[in-house]
Design a protein around this ligand. Structure first.
Ligand code: SAH
Ligand code: SF4
Ligand code: F3S
Length: 416
């Protein structure tokens, strides 16, 4: 069968897209790049905010008629059989059920499979993406931050065995990967026996030929001295950390069940910057959490101003059914949330632009990843700065680049 696969959501969903590709490829099906040419259309969905769900549903409604359609991923897990009613699709499969795919596409009639049974897909060998490949090292999350749907749709946290991760990385590097991005919703809680994330990084770092290692997402409460030590000592571990703050108000952080205070977060950032000079720190922020006052919101602005993140993903709070925060009152109006988000984005954009402008004239190491929309090449520095390249370079190679100017927020440079 020819199938088309569209992926929404986070990097873990993209990785799952490659698992799905491997599972269907082994069963003799082939992927095509447009829904029109496909017999079967698969959509791997995200549920993290209502907007993500609305977009996926809108897309599904617009699909060409007369094809088989399957909804996969987090929305599939959350709504299950209701999606069959609402969107008239053929099947619905949650994130732990992809091994059933080959059987399901051979049978007809609506099918719903949403067991969350701790699946790790250890026997599936996805093809690496070059030159930067992702490897999921754990699935699920046990934190239950009060706003978040992930633990409900992805199940309990469980880690892949360390050996299995290292093997997967070694295979990817053997096929040409230069950089690996290790993934987990709460990656600092990675465990295999006595080994935690720090030891996993040490083991991955000895893979021959691997030039760069990154990892996502670090919960601030899980970043310990051992992890910082390993980041500091091992050259191939990129000086970059994604460290979601969410809010600058201790009252809101408590309601979010984040398990740290803003003071602890400041300490951690100071420690990271002291131990790993030049480290890039990026974050996630939510505005308009239920009960958020102007003072709470201003605490977030203040934190953003003082902490000077290199980049931030910023969201307005979205009610997720079943989560604790869905019951918190009062809620903020949509216009108030949009207002707060706009001001925050303006502030962070200025900081990003200032920081990037400050690097003009410097030399950086860039791994070329892909071509951008303007046709020029795009790559990343070790500290996660995205750089556009003037001139001809090769994807998958490293260059010394002199940064010369800024377009939007992106520094543009020339290879030396
Ligand atoms: N595991 C990561 C990311 C989870 S989802 C972490 O621990 O931070 C990515 C981001 O989406 C979160 O960091 C949060 O900022 C945002 N997010 C999650 N649930 C949300 C909700 N209900 N409304 C708005 N933003 C949300
Ligand atoms: Fe969601 Fe919190 Fe888990 Fe991140 S750590 S996935 S925000 S519950
Ligand atoms: Fe990822 Fe969205 Fe699911 S962020 S884990 S695809 S809810």
């Amino acid at each position: 069968m020819r199938y088309f696969l569209k992926v929404y959501g986070c990097q873990m969903n993209q990785y799952d897209g490659r698992l799905i590709e491997a599972i269907l490829g082994a069963a003799g099906h082939c992927r095509v790049d447009s829904p029109d040419r496909a017999d079967l259309i698969l959509i791997n969905t995200c549920s993290v905010r209502e907007h993500a769900e609305t977009r996926a549903k809108g897309y599904i409604r617009m699909l060409p008629k007369g094809k088989r359609v399957g909804i996969l991923g987090c929305l599939a897990q959350r709504e299950g059989i209701d999606l069959i009613e609402e969107l008239k699709v053929d099947f619905v499969l949650g994130p732990d059920c992809y091994s059933l795919l080959p059987g399901i596409i051979e049978s007809d009639g609506p099918i719903v499979a949403t067991n969350l049974d701790g699946e790790l897909y250890l026997s599936i060998r996805p093809e690496p993406v070059l030159p930067v490949t992702m490897v999921t090292v754990m699935r699920g999350c046990d934190n239950y931050c009060s706003y978040c749907i992930v633990p409900y749709v992805r199940g309990n946290a469980r880690s892949k065995p360390l050996r299995s991760v290292v093997d997967e990385v070694r295979r990817a590097v053997g096929k040409g990967a230069k950089e690996v991005l290790l993934l987990g919703q709460d990656i600092t809680s990675y465990r295999d026996g006595d080994a935690g994330l720090a030891q996993l990084l040490e083991e991955v770092a000895v893979v021959d030929g691997l030039r760069r290692i990154r990892f996502l997402t670090s919960h601030p409460k899980g970043v310990d001295d051992k992890l910082i030590q390993v980041m500091k000592e091992i050259n191939s571990i990129c000086p970059h950390i994604h460290l979601p703050l969410q809010s600058g108000s201790n009252r809101i952080l408590r309601l979010m069940k984040r398990n740290y205070t803003i003071e602890e977060y400041y300490d951690l950032v100071a420690r990271l910057r002291r131990e790993i000079p030049g480290i890039g720190i990026t974050t996630d922020l939510i505005v308009g959490f239920p009960t958020e006052t102007v003072a709470d919101y201003e605490a977030t602005l203040k934190a953003v101003e003082e902490l000077r993140f290199d980049f931030a993903y910023m969201f307005k709070y979205s009610d997720r059914p079943k989560t604790e925060a869905a019951n918190f009152k009062p809620k903020l109006s949509e216009t108030e949330k949009i207002d707060r988000l706009k001001r925050l984005i303006r502030l962070q954009n200025e900081i990003t632009k200032e920081k990037n402008t400050g690097r003009i004239g410097s030399e950086v190491e860039v791994l070329i990843e892909k071509r951008g929309r303007r046709g020029n090449y795009l790559g990343r520095t070790p500290d996660n700065l995205v750089v556009a390249i003037d001139g001809d370079v090769e994807i998958g190679r490293f260059y010394r680049v002199r940064l010369e100017r800024i377009v939007g927020w992106t520094p543009v440079g020339t290879p030396i």
